[in-house]
Design a protein around this ligand. Structure first.
Ligand code: NAP
Ligand code: COA
Length: 286
């Protein structure tokens, strides 16, 4: 069974059946934030497809999610960098559920690395998973379903590209590309009834992203400097998705909802301190 935590005391804000009869496709839905987004959509009556590279992880997650929510969850192996695999996955999903109303582009790859140490392939890899991956899956779902039926596409970005950041040239560039892409597609696909949105989480506790990027930076002092004085929870991001994807978000398109308790406003972004930190010295030796 999957190690991902199911929420034990979820407090319903919206009607429990707000997504009854809807189908959502979540990339990277087998772990982390994507897992909890999938869980909360399913708690509101949605059937789901979760897609990523590791089929065993997906199968375990799907079983756990279906057991906890009573909704259907279909695991499909797919690399967001491979258009043929994506087309096959979307065909399989549509063959089974006949519709995809909501697409969550959540799959991503990241690590801390100074630009000087980044290989050409490392930069390309993150751009391909995050930016190309978001385009690839969005286009396949649009061509095969949303073009004639409308829908909502929500891309998970980050607050990395609002300001220049140390060690994040690759992911910051990729997330900025996704936010620009979201605006362009909102214009082109608006007449087809497709809404395009981004949700940008800040630091979210109990996630792979935090383990990779937060490291020993997440001290009490770091948390206290966030206006809400807490890290985000996976649930915070999933609830933002719920609002955007629901009829309450009907006029939202082409923009980003930052869900971070104000963290980016006060993040000290002190590159000099990072440059002189043990983390940087370690990364520079690699
Ligand atoms: P995570 O658990 O590692 O989620 C990433 C998911 O993407 C995994 O399920 C992974 O599954 C999938 N994936 C990676 N490469 C893929 C590929 N080539 N094709 C298909 N799927 C792929 O990390 P997370 O922390 O929850 O992050 C989720 C999202 O939130 C990401 O977009 C991230 O940038 C964003 N975010 C996170 C934070 C945070 O604090 N955690 C902050 C800001 C933004 P497989 O390994 O099975 O492929
Ligand atoms: N620092 C610097 N470069 C790194 C790196 C790191 N920590 N990890 C990988 N790379 C480089 C590799 O060396 C390689 O470059 P090279 O061919 O010039 O040596 C390139 O990136 C691709 O690595 P590879 O392992 O072949 O890629 P992959 O496609 O198998 O995996 C990653 C993609 C690297 C992003 C991997 O970390 C991953 O799968 N991440 C998904 C989970 C995740 O990142 N979650 C957090 C989301 S915020």
């Amino acid at each position: 069974m999957s190690d991902e935590p199911i929420i034990s005391d979820y407090k319903y804000i919206f009607q429990k059946d707000i997504f009854r009869g809807k189908v959502a496709f979540v990339t990277g839905g087998g772990t982390g934030i994507g897992f909890t987004i999938t869980e909360i959509l399913m708690r509101h009556g949605c059937d789901t497809i979760i897609a990523s590279r590791k089929l065993d992880v997906l199968k375990n997650a799907a079983e756990k999610l279906s057991k906890a929510t009573g909704q259907r969850c279909m695991p499909i192996q797919m690399d967001v960098r491979k258009p043929e695999a994506i087309n096959r996955a979307i065909d399989e999903a549509l063959g089974h559920f006949e519709k995809i109303d909501i697409l969550i582009n959540n799959a991503a790859g990241n690590f801390l690395c100074p630009a000087e140490q980044l290989s050409f392939n490392a930069f390309k890899t993150v751009m391909e998973i995050d930016a190309h991956g978001t385009f690839n899956v969005s286009k396949a779902v649009f061509d095969k379903y949303m073009k004639n039926n409308g829908g909502v596409v929500i891309n998970i970005t980050a607050t990395l590209s609002i300001r220049g950041k140390f060690l994040q040239t690759h992911a910051g560039s990729a997330k900025a590309a996704i936010e620009a892409m979201t605006k362009h597609l909102a214009v082109e696909w608006g007449p087809n009834g497709v809404r395009m949105m981004c949700v940008a989480p800040g630091p979210i506790a109990d996630t792979e992203g935090m383990r990779r990027l937060g490291g020993n930076r997440i001290t009490d002092e770091f948390v206290k400097a966030i206006p809400f004085q807490r890290l985000g929870k996976r649930e915070d991001i999933a609830n933002a998705i719920l609002y955007i994807a629901s009829p309450a978000g009907e006029l939202l398109t082409g923009t980003t909802v930052i869900a971070d308790g104000g963290a980016w406003l006060t993040d000290s972004n002190n590159f000099w301190a990072v440059k002189n930190s043990p983390v940087y010295k370690q990364l520079s030796k690699m």
